[in-house]
Design a protein. Structure first.
Length: 246
């Protein structure tokens, strides 16, 4: 298997993406996402280094999370912003009704709302947000879908888009396989995580797959950040970029 990681497994299908997958296993997967994302997704660093400097102390900022799944990442972003004293309204969308139902059923978080929708629907509505983000979405998409997502992101985001995803490597595969074996049972976390690694891009592959002006930034360990800024914007007026991390 490790030798096969030299090439993206574009035809591999994750169990949770199947319309007929086991509902109980799917819901356990959503419930376990906070644990796995806290361990591997790096959103605390991305928030403090890339998102928080663009938030304003003087007005309410807005953020769109595309493909939010069970909703743990936007919940964290909402809590971090509130703890930093920042007014941030978050809209988290996912076209999968199962994901939306799970996310919407969790205890509410102030200034966060969930919606079942595609990003293209928000574009058609004329919506805009200061920031657009996604977590572990890019590797799920076909080439046309990827370009559609990035086109939508450019139309929806007024300040920046930040798409975070896995970076494929044999070491990432081996460590994830070993690390999740004794922990994640009766869910799709381990099997789908390994498939996700097989489907994900290396940094070089992602650079070739995206339009000009999108920047691919490796983020250790085993992550790629795909970012776009409409122009070289300075941080928002009164931004908290110098706020100490916590």
């Amino acid at each position: 298997m490790l030798g096969q990681l030299q090439i993206r497994a574009v035809d591999a299908v994750e169990e949770m993406d199947r319309s007929d997958c086991d509902q109980q296993l799917l819901e356990r997967t959503y419930a376990q996402f906070p644990l796995i994302n806290a361990a591997v997704s790096g959103w605390r660093r991305t928030y403090t280094q890339m998102l928080r400097p663009l938030l304003s102390l003087n007005r309410t900022s807005t953020l769109l999370d595309i493909g939010c799944g069970g909703g743990d990442v936007p919940r964290r972003l909402a809590r971090w912003a509130a703890r930093d004293g920042l007014a941030l309204d978050i809209t988290a969308i996912d076209p999968d009704e199962r994901a939306f139902a799970f996310a919407a059923a969790q205890p509410p978080v102030p200034r966060l709302r969930f919606r079942s929708a595609f990003s293209s629907e928000l574009v058609a509505e004329g919506a805009t947000f200061d920031l657009v983000v996604s977590n572990h979405v890019l590797h799920h998409l076909s080439a046309p879908q990827l370009h559609g997502l990035l086109t939508d992101s450019r139309l929806l985001a007024t300040q920046a888009s930040v798409h975070s995803d896995i970076a494929r490597s044999a070491l990432a595969y081996a460590l994830f396989s070993a690390g999740t074996l004794p922990v994640f049972h009766r869910s799709f976390i381990r099997a789908d995580g390994l498939t996700s690694i097989r489907r994900s891009y290396t940094a070089a592959e992602l650079r070739l797959a995206v339009p000009a002006k999108w920047r691919v930034q490796p983020q250790g360990p085993f992550r790629n950040l795909l970012t776009y800024r409409p122009e070289a914007l300075p941080p928002a007026a009164g931004s908290p970029e110098s706020t100490p991390d916590a």
